[in-house]
Ligand binder design. Structure first.
Ligand code: DGL
Length: 261
């Protein structure tokens, strides 16, 4: 089974993309809602949470894990460097590759949580791949709570998005990395406010494509995976709000199981 985790609801954008790319593979989603949001916490804390989430998914029998969280991907080098026997995918590298392919002018914007932007991971990977690119980043700490709260179409959310994007807009970026898995839920508003000429990079589709191509290249792993098209959704704290927003993202009702740490 493919195990996917995030701090909360954001990783469901990755579930949606993985389900589309691999309709039959069994999925297990773990949302660490009791400790969400991650993006405002220290690197050490996020790293500990990420490693615990990976352990949980391994204990549940995951054959592949996706860290569907930029904050965890950037805080835990173990996620980035393949310390585990079980393949662990992160969301930063696929987004970087997609942005480098998309940009024409080399002016790339990145938005994410304070933890992700503070880690400097996007700048360093983008510039390592192409020293000519100019990277402009902006932390957007209010967007995760707005998504978790389901404030997707509220005028207040549009105003906050506009304010966060303004510094990137004046830099005339042509590509914007949505460096947090919660943000694709606000894609329409972000697209409207940054302008239609700017390409939006959504890591959820990029990482789903990476998982699919990995499985094609590793039939030994693929063959032993269950393919009943089933999914389970486990959270560390269940709230009606999570269920509502999950319904909006996945366009269906999900049954939540709760585990306590
Ligand atoms: N969705 C996550 C990310 O991609 C975490 C957001 C948060 O919990 O702050 O960074």
């Amino acid at each position: 089974m493919i195990g996917i985790f995030d701090s909360g609801i954001g990783g469901l954008t990755v579930v949606r993309a993985v389900r589309k790319a691999l309709p039959d593979h069994d999925l297990l989603y773990y949302g660490d809602t009791a400790r969400s949001p991650y993006g405002a916490k220290s690197v050490d804390t996020i790293r500990d949470y990420a490693l615990e989430n990976i352990r949980f998914l391994l204990d549940e029998g995951a054959d592949i894990i996706v860290a569907a969280c930029n904050s965890a991907s950037s805080a835990a080098p173990e996620v980035m460097t393949g310390r585990y026997k079980t393949p662990v995918f992160e969301v930063v590298t696929p987004a970087v590759e997609a942005a480098l392919q998309a940009t024409r002018t080399g002016r790339i914007g990145v938005i994410g949580t304070r933890a992700t932007i503070g880690s400097g991971i996007y700048e360093s990977l983008l510039q390592k791949a192409d020293p000519e690119v100019r990277v402009h980043s902006a932390p957007c700490p209010l967007l995760v709570p707005l998504v978790e709260e389901g404030w997707l179409k509220k005028p207040e959310t549009t105003m906050i998005v506009k304010k966060y994007l303004h510094p990137l807009k004046v830099r005339r970026i042509d590509t914007l990395i949505l460096g947090c898995t919660h943000y694709p839920v606000l894609k329409e508003t972000i697209g409207r406010k940054i302008g239609k000429r700017v390409r939006l990079i959504d890591a959820s589709t990029a990482v789903a494509a990476a998982v699919k191509s990995f499985l094609k290249d590793h039939p030994d792993i693929d063959q032993k995976m269950r393919k009943d098209g089933s999914d389970r959704f486990v959270v560390s704290d269940s709230t009606p709000q999570f269920e509502n927003t999950a319904r909006v993202i996945l366009k269906r009702t999900v049954r939540l199981e709760t585990v306590r740490h």
